[in-house]
Design a protein around this ligand. Structure first.
Ligand code: TRP
Ligand code: SF4
Length: 400
């Protein structure tokens, strides 16, 4: 139950571009083969900032899912779903709000930053303040252990850990905890019980983190433990109470090296993007008209690749031989810029071809994507409901 689980989400606020592909999706595609993964469309999070233009969100949801599938996210490997289709996220958000100090939310660095960056728009809303808490609910409801995110999101994961800790601290204390934990150890059987105790002592007396990890994986392997006993045994390892919610770690996605057409980071707000499934004619045109080293005015002027955005594309797309050819050819004016751009055009088109094909398949048959997502939502919902049962019980809401 507490074994490795990866979760990440993306807000549906427009087409994805090659920056998303190189920065995020390629990583997801790799992870989906290595761990259980959940990837979801954070449509409620989009509403916190786009509450007055919901049509943008509606248009982007399916489009973005097709982008994921086109890029190679595989619904047979990963669970894909839409946040608002798993209403348990909202319930957990509400319940967590009871124990969330306002000061913690106000102190999240993205709060004031974004509020200022959005300029005109009134973001002094309840929903926007609660953005990180909603994100915590997204993560905690699946007991995700790892969350792949960019650097800007790291404070949100830290915040999530603090909320989980606070929740476990307040609600993980039950009457007779120690005794119940000791009974649960017995249920492991004599051999595993002894091993568990040995690891626990090693961690608690010597701070041996490897022993802690070993104990956790020992618990992960036990098929026949009840949820309550598992939480007790997890909590008992580190201290005083049940561990109901799992503290996640962020898994830093290395900053995308994908440059935009003007050499700045590729970003919608700079208008320097190539979209994931952009029409080939348009791709070719955009690259052909990309700026180059401004010192190369005439074909005969030597250039400096370091001052040229095209060179950055070569460093993403070209092999060593081609890079050599560019460097030498540019510095000696042996090649022209149009000539230099051709391998980049070819490489981008080649990268996009299978994506366009896969996308077409889904565009031709919209029911297919609907079914994939209905399946994913159902799977996600089952996991979320399991956690919610325990959360309600821990908070004393399981009246009968
Ligand atoms: N806030 C994230 C972003 O802007 C999106 C997001 C919402 C998310 N919920 C999440 C990411 C849970 C990871 C896990 O990128
Ligand atoms: Fe840039 Fe290539 Fe032209 Fe040199 S030859 S300035 S690297 S486009």
């Amino acid at each position: 139950m507490f074994a490795d689980r990866i979760l990440s989400g993306m807000r549906p606020t427009g087409h994805l571009h090659l920056g998303h592909y190189h920065g995020v999706l390629k990583n997801w595609i790799k992870l989906q083969h290595e761990h259980p993964c959940l990837f979801f469309v954070a449509d409620w999070h989009a509403l916190t900032t786009h509450y007055d233009t919901p049509e943008v969100i509606g248009d982007s949801v399916w489009d973005m899912l097709i982008d994921w599938l086109a890029a190679g996210v595989d619904p047979a490997q990963a669970t894909l779903f839409i946040q608002s289709r798993v209403p348990e996220h909202a319930e957990l958000h509400l319940l967590l709000s009871m124990i969330t100090p306002l000061g913690w939310l106000e102190r999240v660095p993205t709060y004031k930053d974004q509020q200022q960056n959005m300029g005109e728009k009134d973001l002094a809303t309840y929903g926007f303040l609660g953005y990180p808490l909603l994100q915590s609910a997204d993560i905690l409801i699946y007991r995700a252990t790892h969350v792949p995110v960019g650097e800007d999101q790291v404070p949100h994961i830290e915040f999530t850990r603090e909320i989980a800790r606070r929740f476990n601290h307040i609600y993980g204390r039950e009457v007779g905890f120690e005794e119940k934990a000791r009974d649960a150890v017995k249920k492991l059987g004599s051999k595993k019980g002894r091993l568990y105790t040995e690891f626990r002592v090693r961690f608690q007396e010597q701070g041996d983190v490897d022993a802690l990890e070993a104990a956790k994986s020992l618990l992960d392997e036990q098929q026949n433990l009840s949820a309550g006993d598992r939480e007790r045994l997890y909590g008992y390892l580190e201290g005083g109470g049940k561990m109901i919610l799992v503290e996640p770690q962020s898994m830093l996605t290395s900053a995308s090296r994908m440059p935009g057409l003007d050499g700045r980071k590729m970003s919608k707000s700079y208008g320097n993007t190539i979209s994931l499934r952009e029409d080939p004619v348009s791709v070719e045109k955009k690259i052909r008209t990309m700026p180059t080293d401004p010192a190369r005015i005439r074909r005969t002027d030597p250039g400096d690749p370091e001052k040229c955005p095209v060179w950055q594309f070569h460093s993403v797309y070209s092999d060593e031989a081609t890079c050599d050819w560019v460097k030498k050819g540019c510095q000696s004016a042996a090649i022209g810029c149009i000539e230099c751009k051709q391998p980049v055009i070819d490489a981008v088109l080649k990268e996009q071809e299978p994506m366009r094909e896969r996308a077409q398949h889904f565009l031709d048959d919209p029911v297919l994507v609907r079914n994939i997502i209905a399946d994913g939502c159902e799977r996600a919902r089952r996991l979320a409901q399991e956690t919610m049962r325990e959360v309600r019980e821990a908070m004393g809401l399981d009246y009968s």
